[in-house]
Design a protein around this ligand. Structure first.
Ligand code: HEM
Length: 181
């Protein structure tokens, strides 16, 4: 019995170093990496994500067409001097992402605590912007990255080194039907 409990603990701790406490109870969560936890929820029109990253630089998060860095629809957010920043970008190469002409994400809350950065942000499931990918039921290629230092400005991004990756996730179990449709 003790071996079973210890075994479960080791498996969980391997997925994410320390399970963080999200700011609310989310129906969905996924460890993207040992230091990167993702929570989310959605309704008929919008999706809300909360990222917990054990680093004090920027958090990158996005959706990729094929699981690679590009082409992709990404955000980069960070906290500096008690101020939160979140910018909507798209990727076209293994190079700094391009700022979208339409900024479609809302930063709901942010914090930096105990060496971790927490960002909560939301967006329409189907934004009216060709640089943003609509989110549908089924597998989504999620990409992530983070850094240990903040960028100089919200649009001046720095390379992620080895702290980047991708994961195929079912974000929406089924396509929500918008009220009135
Ligand atoms: C200044 C910003 C960025 C630069 C200069 C950059 C550059 C690069 C380069 C050169 C590679 C290939 C070498 C490697 O594997 O490290 C790469 C890979 C990768 N990047 Fe970035 N990147 C940036 C931002 C981002 C962001 C914001 C994300 C995600 C939100 C991201 C996700 C990835 C992923 C998942 C890979 C591995 C898959 C692949 O090779 O396409 N990158 N990046």
């Amino acid at each position: 019995m003790i071996r079973l409990v210890l075994g479960s603990f080791l498996i969980i701790s391997h997925i994410y170093d320390v399970e963080p406490a999200p700011t609310e109870n989310y129906p969905y969560s996924e460890a993207l990496a040992s230091k990167y936890m993702l929570y989310w929820k959605y309704n008929a029109t919008h999706i809300t994500f909360e990222t917990h990253v054990q680093a004090l630089g920027y958090t990158g998060f996005g959706i990729s067409a094929n699981g690679s860095m590009f082409p992709g629809d990404v955000i980069i957010g960070y906290v500096s001097h008690h101020q939160g920043y979140l910018t909507d970008f798209h990727t076209t190469a293994h190079a700094p992402p391009t700022v979208d002409s339409s900024q479609d994400w809302t930063l709901i809350s942010f914090s930096e605590d105990n060496g971790s950065t927490v960002l909560k942000f939301s967006r329409a499931l189907h934004p009216n912007d060709s640089d943003d990918y609509p989110i549908h039921a089924g597998v989504t290629h999620v990409i992530w990255s983070y850094s240990t230092t903040d960028p100089k400005s919200p649009t001046d991004m720095i390379y992620h080194d080895a702290t980047r990756g991708s994961k195929d996730i079912i974000l929406l179990t089924k396509d929500p039907v918008a009220v009135g449709k």
